[in-house]
Design a binder for this molecule. Structure first.
Ligand code: G
Ligand code: G
Ligand code: MN
Length: 528
């Protein structure tokens, strides 16, 4: 679970870095495409301006030639045509049409030059004759555009000759009112017909289709529209420039998110959370330290001491019990210990029906009714007698208030014995002991250690023992390490002892083996 937690944190952390990076490159790409769209629009607008200029120049020619009422194709009119052509940047020549022939031109010709029938006549009467190879201009291919028999000779290449960022840019000038999208001038590869949309006059449109960024603009007053298409590949050149701007922002956001994720992960994976997971994953187990009758050295019971198997090592309770108590995780640990004791107890009780296992409970355990369920479940699943169980509560646990007292009373009424642990290390006075419902007092190791020394405190253990006697409490001396201590305690009337002198904490199997061995030694005839 912890490794899953870590890998989740790792994934979230990577995502926190990669997502803003991805967004920023995506934004850079989007921005580049937007840039290409407006570039395409600027090309189309420039070409439309040129096409409209050509149209204006033809309209002007028409106006000039009809105004002076000169005789058609007279020397004067041809001279005027020449003057108009020179002044019109987009008109290579000007001429007069009759039927499908040019009958005179600004070049001075007066013979009939066939130009064929119009390819298209717009709604406002402009006739287009596309790409004509005229005898008067053998090298060029000119469009003949005419209104009321006055024709302008237009080089279509000139209209679309706007500078662009590369040769792959394609453009087309067309008549949007015709369903067939009559093409007036074009350059580059052929555009898809569906790109030549019928947008309203005076408007523009841009879109992306496959590998192209397409922009269109339509003339307000003439039947003209221009579409420019730029390969999206051109945008990728631009994306680098935008990326220089967006990616650092993305990186900063990503780094911020990573920081936030690790911050949260650290809190989430902090010791209390790890403990909770460990409780769920059953990483806790118990060892049993024997409690002996000092006079006979008989093993009468054992204290269940929790251990945490973590990774390869074992964590001692003093390293996690305080954290577990603070964070409330201790209730899960206590439940786990009770569960383990319930599993071990039948085996132990089979060897010694009177054996007593003591379980440590903390102050937090004594604040909710849950502890009652824990212990009734322990009795039920083990099938053992309540007299096989003791609980050890510290002074802090006892002095919690009325709730703790009520719960301790109810535990006792179940038949489970109650011991006060680490007595003398807290603030409770001996007088308080009277009011607490107690069966056993555990003399703390700190007092046992003073036995045989000259220190003033060495007298304290004597007083504790006397007081316990007068309160009719059974006593267990903790941390007995020498024979001298054992004898001293026994002489003062302490009945039970616990400590390295008698046995270290051990696995349940070792405990059972030892109980069995001792039983055999005491009564060899019974176990034949
Ligand atoms: O021998 P050991 O290092 O296990 O004991 C250290 C301390 O941890 C002791 O004070 C003991 O009371 C406490 N302790 C051991 N097991 C438990 C337990 O299951 N619950 C609680 N609350 N305390 C425990
Ligand atoms: O809950 P309690 O504080 O009583 O738990 C007893 C603690 O003291 C456990 O950590 C146990 O391992 C430890 N202990 C038990 N006997 C001895 C002993 O003789 N000497 C020392 N140094 N520690 C002991
Ligand atoms: Mn204890």
């Amino acid at each position: 679970m912890r490794s899953t937690g870590l890998s989740i944190a790792f994934c979230v952390g990577s995502a926190a870095l990669l997502v803003p990076l991805w967004i920023s490159t995506h934004l850079a790409w989007r921005q580049s495409l937007e840039g290409e769209k407006s570039l395409a629009l600027s090309y189309a607008s420039d070409v439309l301006r040129r096409a409209e200029l050509a149209g204006n120049q033809l309209a002007f020619a028409n106006l000039e030639l009809s105004r002076d009422r000169l005789r058609p194709c007279s020397r004067e009119e041809i001279k005027l045509m020449g003057a108009i052509a020179i002044g019109s940047s987009y008109l290579q020549g000007v001429g007069r049409i009759s039927g499908d022939n040019l009958i005179c031109t600004s070049l001075g010709t007066t013979e009939q030059i066939p130009i064929g029938s119009p390819d298209y006549i717009s709604s406002n009467g402009v006739a287009f004759r596309d790409h004509r190879h005229l005898t008067i201009a053998p090298v060029a291919s000119l469009d003949v555009v005419s209104v009321d028999n006055i024709a302008g000779l237009v080089d279509p290449a000139l209209v679309v000759d706007t500078p662009t960022e590369g040769p792959e840019v394609a453009m087309e000038v067309f008549a949007p009112s015709t369903p067939a999208r009559f093409s007036i001038a074009s350059r580059g590869s052929k555009l898809k017909t569906e790109w030549l949309k019928a947008i309203p006059p005076g408007t523009t449109a841009s879109f992306i289709d496959g590998d192209y960024v397409v922009s269109e603009t339509r003339s307000q007053k003439r039947d003209l529209a221009v579409v420019a298409a730029i390969p999206t590949a051109y945008a990728s050149r631009r994306v680098f420039i935008y990326a220089l701007f967006f990616v650092p922002i993305g990186l900063v956001c990503g780094a911020g998110l990573v920081w936030a994720v690790t911050y949260v992960a650290r809190i989430r994976l902090s010791l209390p959370a790890v403990l909770r997971v460990a409780a769920r994953r059953r990483e806790f187990y118990v060892e049993y330290q024997p409690i002996v009758e000092l006079a006979s050295r008989r093993w009468v019971g054992a204290e269940a001491l929790v251990r945490w198997k973590r990774g390869g090592g074992i964590v001692r309770p003093d390293q996690f019990i305080p954290v577990a108590e603070e964070s409330g995780v201790i209730t899960f640990i206590t439940e786990r210990v009770a569960e383990l004791v319930a599993a071990h107890l039948p085996q132990i009780a089979k060897l010694d029906a009177g054996f007593r296992i003591s379980i440590n409970v903390s102050a937090a355990d004594l604040s909710t009714d849950r502890i009652l369920e824990t212990f009734s479940r322990l009795l039920k699943t083990s099938g053992c007698d309540a007299k096989n169980i003791y609980i050890e509560a510290t002074e802090r646990g006892f002095l919690q208030g009325s709730k703790a007292s009520e719960l301790l009373a109810r535990i006792r009424s179940m038949g489970i014995g109650v011991a006060i642990d680490d007595f003398g290390t807290g603030y409770s006075s001996l007088a308080c002991l009277q009011t607490l419902g107690l069966d056993v007092l555990k003399i703390d190791k700190a007092f046992v250690d003073t036995i045989g020394t000259d220190g003033a405190t060495s007298q304290v253990v004597v007083h504790i023992i006397e007081m316990a006697h007068s309160l009719h409490l059974e006593m267990v001396a903790e941390g007995v390490e020498t024979e001298e201590q054992a004898e001293f305690l026994q002489q003062r009337g302490v009945r039970f002892g616990q400590g390295w002198q008698f046995g270290r904490p051990m696995a349940v199997q070792a405990l059972c083996d030892e109980i069995a061995a001792r039983k055999a030694a005491m009564a060899p005839e019974l176990v034949k």
